[in-house]
Structures are given as C-alpha cells and as structure tokens.
Ligand binder design. Sequence first.
Ligand code: ZN
Length: 147
Amino acid sequence: MQLDNLYQEVILDHYKNPQHKKLSPTYDAQVHHINPSCGDEITLNVTLSGDTVANVSWDGVGCSISQASVSILSDLVLGKTLAQAQEISDSFMALMQSKGTQTGDENLLEDAVALAGVSQYPARIKCALLGWMAFKDASVQALAKNQ
Ligand code: ZN
C-alpha cells in the first residue's frame, strides 16, 4: 500500500504514540469490536457528561491503520458534543467510501485526513473504520444508559 509520505508519518506517529490508549476504570459504556479479516481488536470506553464526550479511552491490538485510526478518533471526539462527533464521523465515513477521490476536510477531520489513501484499498477500510464503529456503538449505549 502506497501512501503519501507525510500521511504515512502521521499514521506511524499515532501507531507508535497512541492517544488515550489506557482504559479508564469508570465509563458509561464499554464495547469490544473486532475486524476478523485483519485480526484487529479494540475495546473502547466512553463517558458522557450530558451530550458531551467527557472521556474516551481504549485498548487494542492490530495493524497500524486500525490502531492509528482509533488514536486519531479518540483525540478528535474528546470534549465534543455528540452532534459534533457525529458530523466528524459522517465526514470520515464519506471519505472512506470515496475510493480515493476525496482528500477530506482537514478543518473537521484534522489528522484523520492522513487516512484518505486507505479508501483506495477496500480490504483496509474496515481497519480504518473499526474504532469509529466502536465509538458510535459505545456513545449510543452511553446515551441510552444516561436517560
Ligand atoms: Zn487491520
């Protein structure tokens, strides 16, 4: 897989220095998502404060794409409202489905635009989306629990 060198660096930096990779002892919801086709696994905890993402933490194993993507996601959604997190997530989904035709909205997606090249590799899209699906699942469960 050939990715732009700068983007490759952003992905490797998140892979080697993952953000929020330490499961918090308390949480509103915990989910465990796997991507069997690659062997990626992510456990993710979410805590909400009202409709704001008060804490996101995770642990996982797998390829650099999956682990970097969940690190980027956790950085992006922390402190955001669920509506803002949804907007970011929708934008990332659209980017992953773009088959390499989009570069992504850097204002919204920040480091996640580094994963734009993954959209050209259908087998790797699930790796990139794993953490995002886990977050979506956990935030829905956390919201339901707090109602
Ligand atoms: Zn993977």
